[in-house]
Design a binder for this molecule. Structure first.
Ligand SMILES: Cc1cc2nc3c(=O)[nH]c(=O)nc-3n(C[C@H](O)[C@H](O)[C@H](O)COP(=O)(O)OP(=O)(O)OC[C@H]3O[C@@H](n4cnc5c(N)ncnc54)[C@H](O)[C@@H]3O)c2cc1C
Length: 493
């Protein structure tokens, strides 16, 4: 069939770019490939670029690891592939014979594209954890604040509190200070961090560049005399229509907010940045019918994969943060493996040679996987942290659903996220549960186990934090739907 691509890659971040380059090399440039991304430029979250027509004073300084990023862009653009940027994949369906159809929304039309193999390299998004005041203007996630700074050179406020756990929270706090903001406080939530890190020392061995980067950020905060509180977190945001102050609390060893005035401090601020890790974007892999497993260490639902990144569905591979949070280096290795495996299975790469190439990547893969496991063990918020939300705290901000409504649904017998969704509309709004599903799952777990007193000590693996996704994954207008759908064919764009 002439209109069939050999391979379509969804996502042009580190994983997608690496997959494209590896597949082009493995097939000696013979495979007909397409790479698709919602953003107008490649790079994903790690190599996020300012928009093409935006010229900040020192444009190039906005790019993270500039020389490395430009080398990846140059290698990827030398590959023979159709680039569909500014294009969302809003659905995926299996073709009767073999392969997949992707449903696309470009800038001016709906399109579809069919391919024998698909690599999903769709990344992750911030994991929001609701607390009183989190919907107040001025409160945003670490990813949102980083995007403002990286893509537009904008600061979210003048006096900023950063509260989070993990490397991104530290990086964002330092980036804000370096960009000229007053960081009113840096609250690092993970309790007993130093003691627990000692247990994981072997996984840190060899991660010198990352440790240097972390040390640099730490020194930036010390030099700027930022008040640093380890084992503390933002518990409430206060203000009328805009943020004025942040109430911080000290956390117990299981992340439970501790009572008492000695465990509370208030900081004046006009912006609060919160970042407690990431959630893999599993909507497309779930829509495609892939099997998913819940990982209690990271608190995330992720697609089950073989060692060559193959999902449980034939002709579908998944690489990068969309399959479990691991960082850019792991995403690149997984992307390479998926690209080679896809070319092996669609018949462009000789099997033994492909296996040998994949085998050579295994050592680096294991090292990065160990590091990812360390980050999950140290920084994933415990279930007790979700008790920051009060009865009237909105859990689903798209549909205005407070925690009390979720508890009532659980008391009425709702057992799954989908049942809660049906009863309360939580997860039915614009974000389709990306912002609230995990918090809803935590409320359900707590309600199941004890009705909130005390909250559960361990996650219940039976309760997936993802509701069933439905196409379209992004809202489409009626005007778009009434127009004819174009078919994208290889080399004809
Ligand atoms: C908010 C955030 C901030 C981060 N900050 C840092 C940092 O400061 N330092 C650091 O070392 N690491 C950081 N990371 C981690 C690092 O960016 C990731 O580990 C890395 O980018 C993973 O690469 P990836 O290719 O798997 O995903 P990504 O880089 O996220 O790329 C995924 C791409 O897929 C596209 N996509 C997703 N869904 C669709 C769809 N349906 N249709 C079309 N396109 C789609 C996205 O537009 C995106 O370009 C951050 C991650 C996130 C989520």
């Amino acid at each position: 069939m002439s209109d069939l691509f050999d391979l379509a890659i969804v996502g042009a971040g580190p994983a997608g770019l690496a997959a494209l380059i590896a597949a082009a090399e493995a097939s000696d440039g013979r495979a007909r490939m397409a790479i698709i991304d919602s953003r107008p430029q490649p790079g994903g979250q790690y190599y996020l670029q300012p928009p093409p027509d935006f010229q900040p004073p020192a444009r190039e300084s906005f790019l993270h690891h500039r020389a490395e990023a430009q080398a990846w862009f140059a290698r990827a653009s030398a590959c023979d592939a159709d680039w569909l940027l500014d294009t969302d994949v809003w659905g995926i369906t299996r073709l009767d014979d073999a392969g997949w159809q992707l449903h696309l929304r470009g800038r001016d039309a709906l399109r579809c594209l069919s391919a024998r193999g698909v690599i999903l390299a769709v990344g992750a998004y911030d994991r929001p954890i609701p607390f009183p005041g989190w919907t107040l203007p001025g409160v945003m996630t670490a990813g949102a604040a980083q995007n403002l700074l990286k893509s537009q050179g904008l600061l979210p406020g003048r006096s900023i509190v950063v509260s989070g756990s993990g490397p991104l929270a530290l990086a964002v706090a330092a980036n804000m200070a370096e960009a000229g903001a007053r960081v009113a406080a840096f609250l690092h939530a993970a309790p007993r961090l130093i003691r627990r890190s000692l247990r994981h020392l072997p996984a840190l061995w060899g991660q010198w560049a990352r440790l240097r980067e972390g040390h640099h950020y730490w020194r930036v905060l010390r030099r700027a005399r930022v008040p640093i509180r380890l084992g503390w977190a933002a518990a409430a945001a206060h203000g009328e229509g805009e943020l004025r102050a942040v109430r911080a609390v000290r956390l117990g060893p299981d992340w439970r907010p501790l009572p008492g005035a000695q465990n509370t401090e208030t900081f004046e601020a006009d912006a609060l940045i919160v970042g407690y890790g990431f959630t893999p974007a599993v909507q497309l892999s779930r829509l495609a019918g892939c099997r998913h497993v819940f990982d209690p260490r990271s608190g995330n639902d992720a697609p089950a994969r073989e060692a060559d990144m193959a999902s449980s569905q034939p002709g579908l591979w998944i690489a990068g943060d969309g399959a479990g949070i691991g960082g850019a280096a792991l995403a690149q290795i997984e992307g390479q493996i998926a690209g080679i495996a896809a070319m092996r299975d669609v018949g462009y790469a000789q099997r033994e040679r492909a296996e040998a190439q994949i085998g050579r990547l295994r050592g680096a893969l294991r090292r990065e996987q160990r590091f990812a496991a360390l980050l999950a063990a140290l920084f994933t918020p415990g279930p007790a942290f979700y008790t920051l939300a009060q009865d009237d705290t909105l859990m689903c901000r798209c549909e205005n659903v407070p925690r009390s409504a979720l508890v009532a649904a659980a008391q009425d017998g709702a057992q799954t996220i989908n049942e809660v969704k049906g009863l309360t509309r939580a997860g039915m709004g614009l974000c389709q549960g990306r912002m609230c599903a995990e918090a809803v799952a935590q409320v359900m777990r707590a309600a199941r186990q004890s009705g909130y007193s005390p909250p559960p000590a361990a996650l219940d693996p039976d309760l997936s934090p993802a509701a069933t996704p439905r196409a379209p994954l992004w809202p489409l207008t009626l005007d778009e739907l009434r127009r004819p759908v174009e078919t994208v064919e290889p080399g004809r764009r």
